[in-house]
Design a protein around this ligand. Structure first.
Ligand SMILES: [Fe+2]
Length: 266
């Protein structure tokens, strides 16, 4: 089961070592155990550039809950945040922590951390020539894109339940459905808003092209129902043609729990 999608509209990065999932042989450092890397000035500038871009693009497009999470995290704009600091803020808000991962994790390892309310997070940043595209998640994707939603109590509970359900899953067909639910919520989810749909999925938020495309009429937007998501195939190499809109994060969690219980995963 894939834990994080490749970004759409991009070439394959299959031969990039960052795309090879790690099977863990020792526990990851968590929270205060995560050291702050010796970033170069150029790496710090890549963070500043990416942050400034998204600050321009996301108002009026991203969900209120994403903006509130970002505000509460008070992420540094001019310097790559320390995982230990982000972890401390998450722990105070929703009792989640951050573990430092060397890259993509084996799916079972990844979900076992989510099930314990620990988000495996990279601490390296993409190169300057990869501003628009990186073949595997970096710390801008993971910190800027994912952690604001984990500040939301209901999303945080939903995300843990995804991990718990994945660990309980034995049936490949159900596992495929769960992968699709992850894709169309955590990575490509939209939420209803009186002014029109807003983005909470990080596969969209971390792609400026997908951010602009996702809210146009070119994308079919369907109501969130786990059964529908589980039956909807997706294409990781192109902009999404179909997205799903939740009514609220309460609905996201409640409906997922119902689906997972129907499949004896929770
Ligand atoms: Fe992701």
């Amino acid at each position: 089961m894939q834990n994080t999608p490749a970004h759409p509209e991009t070439p394959t990065g299959a031969d990039d070592p960052r795309c090879v999932p790690h099977k863990l042989t020792a526990p990851l450092p968590v929270g205060a155990e995560c050291p702050y890397p010796a970033y170069t000035a150029d790496e710090q500038d890549v963070w500043r550039t990416l942050y400034a871009r998204m600050e321009t693009l996301l108002p009026g497009r991203a969900a209120d809950e994403f903006h509130l999470g970002l505000l509460a995290l008070d992420l540094e704009k001019h310097r790559i945040p320390a995982l230990a600091d982000v972890s401390r803020k998450l722990q105070a808000a929703t009792n989640w922590q951050i573990a430092r991962t060397p890259g993509l994790l084996d799916a079972h390892d990844f979900f076992s951390y989510l099930a314990r309310r620990i988000f495996p997070c990279t601490d390296y940043i993409r190169a300057r020539h990869e501003l628009d595209y990186t073949p595997a998640p970096d710390c801008f994707h993971d910190i800027f894109g994912h952690t604001p939603m984990i500040m939301h109590p209901r999303f945080a509970n939903f995300y843990q339940k995804i991990g718990q359900a994945a660990l309980a899953c034995q049936d490949p067909a159900v596992e495929e459905g769960l992968t699709r639910i992850y894709w169309f919520t955590v990575e490509f989810g939209l939420i209803r808003n009186p002014g029109g749909p807003r983005i909470y999925g990080n596969g969209i938020i971390s792609s400026s092209g997908e951010t602009q495309h996702s809210l146009t009429d070119k994308v079919r937007k369907l109501p969130y129902r786990p059964e529908t998501l589980a039956a909807q195939a997706y294409d990781i190499w192109h902009f999404q043609e179909t997205l799903f809109v939740i009514e609220s994060f309460d609905q996201l969690e409640q409906e997922f729990v119902r689906w997972a219980r129907d499949h004896r995963l929770l």
